[in-house]
Design a protein around this ligand. Structure first.
Ligand code: PBG
Length: 327
């Protein structure tokens, strides 16, 4: 055949395949989500997330060191408090779970970069992401509480805060309160594009944060929409967001691409608990090749346009990069 273009020429061996790769994954762009709970000497497995654990503060450093040794030096912390109430007051308590965990972690493992999830759902007795009024979650008072929560995290040592509640105006409220307290240098990673997704199921079991009635459709995004994702992202940037996150990752890769093309700040994608659970369940049954599936999922997020990737598989992905499976 008289073909001038033969795409297979650039697939001839590993060296040339690696040379022409369009995306590369660097470990420094990985973030590992981690659950911390009250108590001592606790490392308990999350039933729907085999291989993932809730740690008490004293057991956290061993995991943080393990991650750092693997080359994963960014974590996102989620807190599981002892006490919940209507307003989620344990979220902004100076001695709340996250605040205490940060003080210990920053002292024991100072080289890790600590990002905190800022939300109320783990702390409210009703499991919604803010305080309630007669028509659902009361937006404006909730923004005030979220800002107080973010400030308390930063005062305890958080390097970055990440609001995940989906209230309107919360990035602005957080930015203003951080700035007026002298924290102009602390970045905000906004969960700007967060869908009302069934993929959060295992997380809600892990964190005990499922809503006790109703659902989150009144504040998280409708899965049918992607133009609206651009609106959410642009609004949060106007309010001061430094990084825009899209979540979940795998079923919203089109949204990652669209948002990435519309904005000029770094874009993150979060491979959520349900994605982890599905892969683990099938892998434990011997039905799929876990390392190849996880690698492919990670690469797809970067190829779609993410610069930052949050995954419960972050440590494994670092291992795959070392082994030359991806990267
Ligand atoms: C808190 C929050 C959730 C997740 C991250 N932050 C749960 C939710 O919105 O119900 C989900 C993370 C995951 O599923 O891995 N609002």
């Amino acid at each position: 055949m008289n073909l001038l273009q033969r795409p297979r020429r650039l697939r001839g061996n590993e060296a040339v395949r690696r040379m022409v790769r369009e995306v590369r994954i660097d470990k420094s762009s990985l973030i590992y989500p981690m659950f911390v709970k009250e108590g001592s000497d606790i490392k308990e497995e999350i039933p729907s997330m085999p291989g993932q654990y809730r740690y008490s503060i004293d057991r956290m450093p061993e995991k943080l060191n393990e991650l750092a040794d693997a080359g994963v030096s960014n974590v996102m912390l989620f807190g599981i408090p002892l006490h919940k109430d209507e307003t989620g007051s344990a979220a902004f308590d100076r001695d709340g779970i996250i605040q205490k965990a940060l003080r210990v972690a920053k002292r024991e493992v100072p080289d890790v970069y600590y990002i905190t999830d800022v939300c109320m759902c783990e702390y409210t007795s009703h499991g919604h992401c803010g305080v309630l009024c007669d028509h659902g979650v009361d937006n404006d008072p909730t923004c005030g509480l979220l800002a107080k929560t973010a400030l308390s995290h930063v005062q305890a040592g958080a390097d970055m805060v990440a609001p995940s509640d989906m209230m309107d105006g919360r990035v602005l409220a957080i930015r203003n309160l951080l700035d007026s307290n002298g924290f102009t240098h602390i970045p905000i990673m906004s969960y700007a594009v967060k869908y009302a997704s069934a993929f959060y199921g295992p997380f809600r079991e892990a964190a005990g944060s499922a809503p006790s009635f109703g659902n989150r459709n009144g504040y998280q995004m409708d899965v049918h929409n992607s133009r609206e994702a651009i609106k959410e992202a642009l609004l949060d940037i106007e309010e001061g967001a430094d990084i825009i996150m899209i979540k979940p990752a795998m079923s919203f890769l089109d949204v990652v691409t669209k948002v990435r093309e519309a904005i000029h700040v770094p874009t993150a994608a979060y491979s959520v608990s349900g994605e982890y659970a599905m892969v683990k369940a099938a892998a434990l049954k011997g039905w799929i090749d876990e390392s190849r599936i996880v690698s492919e999922m990670a690469v797809s997020a970067y190829r779609a346009g993410a610069q930052i990737y949050l995954s419960y598989f972050a440590q494994e992905i670092a291992g795959y990069i070392d082994a030359g499976l991806i990267g």
